[in-house]
Write a protein that binds this ligand. Structure first.
Ligand SMILES: Cc1ncc(COP(=O)(O)O)c(C=O)c1O
Length: 345
């Protein structure tokens, strides 16, 4: 249990993954997505225990580098992999995934096997946390040129990942637009991007209505590649309060570890939600920072909490784009411990 790990926590922070919660969450997604293929986007969290927990509930994995391809192939030989991402090297293109996501006509020229053409559409994505515009994929003119000259590849369909942080109606609308660019009988992969609300963790993505919306588009093979909304909830990052002080009127709690272990609040610009294990007391407005020598090392700004040295702070929603996107080696602090448990409070 998380409380036992908090009790024993020393000066080295710990990641705790609740695999039972992840199992239940993945089962719910699988049921809601009946008739839809689900490929987990490994970039969200490639931890082997996480991948093993998800494996029974997914049809395959989306990988975005040769490293991810090799990692997942070693764990699940023969599994279905969709290999995407811009800037593939010759060694990447020589690999043999179930599907390549083609980023450019040049890439298509160099490829063999079954491919999906990655679309870059100027779609309306109001409310998106991140719009994947810029260099990703191809505009409709480039896609048309690829269809005329497929070279040694077989074009199996189209792929797009247009934005992240969207709710089910917005993603269903984008999926309709993507489907309009597919030929009859082609596979359609509409990417990930399901919203996660860090300010209100209880407000989760409506998988049921998204599944219904996607089935309503009537394609034989429809695929999604969720990352964040699959694994964000199962991870916790536990740190200890080292110091509490007021500087120029602002109260700071300095914690072990930092954003070199949990960069998510900095990259997303949010306050990471947390629970405190300690005696409690009157709450004050406090900014939670780590051990790094940079003012950007902030987990949460001016939030209400009762914190004193020795208390343990357990940051929630640290299961996706958390440890694996962080700059671990900056300042050479120790790496965190990792614990895998079944059952949290
Ligand atoms: C091509 C592609 N597919 C899927 C994902 C997963 O997106 P999310 O974690 O928002 O669900 C990403 C994330 O960047 C992506 O680039």
């Amino acid at each position: 249990m998380i409380a036992d790990i908090a009790d024993r926590l020393g000066d080295v922070p710990a990641y705790v993954y609740d695999l039972a919660a992840l199992d239940a969450h993945a089962a719910r997604i699988r049921a809601a997505m009946r008739g839809i293929e689900v490929y987990y986007a490994v970039k969200a969290n490639p931890d082997p225990a996480i991948l093993r927990t998800l494996a029974p509930y997914v049809d395959g994995f989306e990988v975005s580098s040769g490293g991810e391809f090799d990692h997942v192939s070693a764990l699940f030989p023969g599994s279905r992999l969709a290999f995407g991402g811009p800037g593939k090297t010759a060694a990447d293109l020589a690999r043999r995934p179930y599907r390549f996501h083609v980023e450019s006509p040049r890439e298509l020229d160099l490829l063999q096997g079954d491919v999906l053409l990655r679309l870059n559409l100027k779609a309306e994505v109001d409310g998106a946390a991140l719009a994947m515009s810029g260099p990703f994929g191809m505009d409709p003119e480039m896609v048309a040129a690829c269809r005329e000259k497929p070279g040694n590849a077989r074009i199996a369909g189209v792929h797009a990942h247009l934005a992240s942080g969207l709710d089910a109606p917005a993603l269903t609308g984008l999926a309709e637009t993507i489907v309009d660019h597919a030929l009859p009988g082609e596979e359609v992969c509409v990417g990930g991007g399901m919203a996660v609300d860090y300010a209100d963790p209880g407000r989760t993505f409506d998988w049921e209505s998204y599944g219904e919306g996607l089935r309503g588009l009537g394609r034989d093979v429809m695929r999604i590649e969720p990352g964040r909304a699959m694994t964000a909830y199962c991870g916790w990052y536990l740190t200890k309060v080292l110091d509490v002080k007021r500087v120029h009127g602002e109260l700071f709690a300095v914690l072990t570890g930092g954003t070199h272990h949990l960069r998510t609040p900095v990259t997303k610009g949010h306050d990471q939600p947390f629970t405190v294990f300690g005696p409690g007391g009157p709450e004050e407005e406090v900014t939670l920072v780590g051990q790094l020598c940079t003012p950007k090392d902030v987990f949460a700004r001016r939030v209400k909490a009762a914190l004193r040295p020795g208390d343990v702070v357990a940051f929630a929603m640290a299961g996706a784009y958390a440890y694996n996107i962080s700059h671990h080696d900056f300042l050479m602090h120790p790496k965190p411990e990792f614990h895998y448990v079944s059952g949290m409070p």
